[in-house]
Ligand binder design. Structure first.
Ligand SMILES: Cc1cc2nc3c(=O)[nH]c(=O)nc-3n(C[C@H](O)[C@H](O)[C@H](O)COP(=O)(O)O)c2cc1C
Length: 217
């Protein structure tokens, strides 16, 4: 059954500061990414995708800079965008054989819906670049959680093409004095062909310190 589409509060409307949700705790405690190799159809419907992106865009954002945007790849667009990835790959690897280039051309075909999350940094803004980048990261995590809540498996990937200038150009990313755009990553959404297994997690004892226990020299 498709998940509900919940309207966000109206501007200025009182919003609940918190609400206990055992289901949300369970989802957050156990959510896993699904490797793109295991993603299959169906992916989110256009209504569900809109909701997932809207939830993504509810990430904390100091001074409302909106330092990110989304580029949606569905249907044929995945092949067209993949061709740009393959061209960039072939230009950088002139000796690569056709089979290898085909792998690149099919990158975005690995899931029914792919969303490029673009970080958009305004270096002149009062909000530090670092904070703008953190916001884009928080958007990414919201996307994964929202997709999971709607019943879709997802993976956040950068691979090589997120760092390639030719691919950035093909996606229309801008690099001007006013704003620097770069890929925060590509979000692959679909259904899991097999359940992912838990991976190693941080040893919490090594990442939590009490301030009282800090010694400085
Ligand atoms: C910014 C970013 C880029 C990533 N790029 C890749 C990648 O290119 N290849 C890859 O195998 N995993 C990549 N990952 C890791 C996976 O998306 C995922 O975090 C990992 O498989 C474990 O996910 P989970 O803890 O949500 O289950 C990336 C993660 C982040 C946050």
């Amino acid at each position: 059954m498709p998940g509900p589409i919940i309207d966000p509060p109206e501007l200025g409307e009182e919003a609940a500061p918190c609400r206990q949700s055992d289901e949300a705790i369970e989802l957050l405690s156990r959510r896993r990414s699904t490797s793109v190799e295991w993603l299959t159809s169906p992916g989110p419907s256009s209504q569900e995708l809109s909701a997932i992106l809207r939830i993504g865009a509810r990430a904390p954002d100091h001074r409302r800079v909106t330092p990110y945007r989304f580029i949606v790849l569905e249907g044929e667009d995945r092949a067209t965008a993949g061709a740009a990835v393959a061209r960039a790959f072939a230009a950088a690897n002139p000796d690569a054989d056709q089979a290898r280039t085909d792998v690149e051309a099919n990158r975005f075909m690995r899931a029914p819906v792919v969303v490029a999350l673009v970080s958009r940094v305004d270096a002149a803004h009062k909000t530090p670049v670092w904070e703008q980048q953190l916001t884009a990261g928080a958007v990414g995590q919201n996307l994964l959680v929202a997709a999971s809540a709607y019943g879709y498996a997802a993976q956040w990937l950068t691979e090589w093409y997120a760092f390639d200038a030719e691919v950035a150009r093909a996606f229309g990313l801008s690099h001007s004095d006013a704003v620097t755009e770069r890929f925060a990553g590509f979000f692959y959404f679909g259904s899991a062909a097999a359940p992912p297994r838990e991976r190693a997690r941080p040893d919490m004892a090594t990442i939590i310190t009490r301030f009282a226990d800090i010694t400085t020299n």
